[in-house]
Ligand binder design. Structure first.
Ligand SMILES: Cc1cc2nc3c(=O)[nH]c(=O)nc-3n(C[C@H](O)[C@H](O)[C@H](O)COP(=O)(O)O)c2cc1C
Length: 309
């Protein structure tokens, strides 16, 4: 090929963590591809650090996929790209609002039609339902998902929950005496450049079938079976609360704050009581339904979309 392959990176980030991940993944490609960055910008920005009530008030529209608008894209939606990297983060087990706003836009539908896409996530550790939603948006836009890379915070589930909330509410990412730093471990970010090799090969050959298996062999997606169970319980509860809260008014409406406060309280009880219980039930399920759960894990590690999703 005479010309360098063209890569578009579409992303949103609040703290800059995801942009650092992108930069590490793409560093080895710098001289091998023309890379264009498109940062998604909400018309009204989401705050960081978050007010607690505002944080929980953002759940219903995130789960129901009725996001806040984003500014028009800068990129020419008819331009040629060999690969689109969609870098995003889950919010409330769903794609973050700016990501959903992008994927629902006509611009995205034009831009993504017929394109190869690699998804790149920077998350705490609960991203399965968000990725299912993204797979289905990509399918509707006529794009092909060619690979998935997921960076997670590898601390124990409750530890990462406490540190991510402290980060979100106080802006404090650093370690304290008792807690590790919030977010994806530095080592995971620094070693993410290992994924560039398979991406460069696929771009050079314009062959995409081997990309995801090669990424997987480099541990691009690691998944604990108990998180499959925890997430499927969590998303059902979120859908219920999203409906219950939004029945009282739109984002920030005074009329729904009573219900948002109820949800805040119950969520914390749910997490600190239910998540250890779910760990135990999942260990039981793990043994009783080992094969079925393993099939679920394999499915979520893959890039296929279930026909009923
Ligand atoms: C409102 C909100 C909800 C979040 N919900 C989840 C979640 O459901 N699952 C998860 O793994 N991480 C969740 N996170 C963590 C983010 O996915 C992400 O890792 C973190 O916010 C840093 O991302 P950024 O700085 O690149 O935007 C949430 C963060 C925020 C701000």
């Amino acid at each position: 090929m005479n010309e360098r392959p063209k890569v578009l990176v579409v992303y949103y980030t609040q703290t800059g963590q995801l942009k650092r991940i992108i930069d590490h993944v793409l560093a080895p490609l710098e001289n091998k591809a023309d890379i264009t960055f498109e940062q998604l910008v909400p018309v009204t920005p989401f705050p960081f650090p978050w007010g607690k009530q505002q944080f929980y008030d953002t759940m219903p529209e995130t789960v129901q996929a009725t996001p806040r608008d984003i500014e028009p894209l800068k990129v020419d939606v008819n331009a040629h790209f060999d690969l689109v990297i969609l870098a995003y983060q889950p919010w409330f087990l769903s794609p973050s609002q700016p990501t959903a706003a992008f994927l629902q836009s006509n611009a995205a539908k034009q831009l993504l039609k017929g394109k190869q896409v690699v998804t790149l996530l920077g998350s705490r550790n609960m991203w399965l339902n968000a990725q299912e939603k993204v797979k289905s948006y990509l399918h509707q836009a006529g794009a092909s998902l060619a690979g998935n890379i997921v960076l997670v915070d590898k601390s124990p589930n409750l530890v990462s929950l406490i540190t991510v909330l402290r980060w979100a509410f106080k802006g404090k990412k650093e370690a304290t005496r008792f807690l590790p730093p919030a977010g994806v471990q530095e080592k995971e970010i620094l070693t993410a450049s290992r994924f560039a090799g398979p991406i460069a090969n696929a771009l050079a050959k314009q062959q995409w079938e081997e990309l995801h298996p090669q990424l997987l062999s480099l541990e691009s997606v690691e998944l604990l079976p108990n998180l499959v169970i925890l997430e499927s319980k969590g998303i059902k509860a979120f859908r219920f609360w999203a409906k219950f809260i939004s029945a009282k008014g739109g984002p920030g409406a005074a009329s729904r704050q009573g219900r948002v406060t109820m949800y805040r309280g119950l969520l914390l009880v749910g997490i600190f009581v239910l998540s250890p219980i779910s760990l135990v039930t999942s260990l039981i399920q793990l043994n009783l339904k080992k094969k079925q759960l393993q099939q679920e894990v394999d499915y979520y590690k893959g890039i296929a979309l279930r026909s009923n999703a």
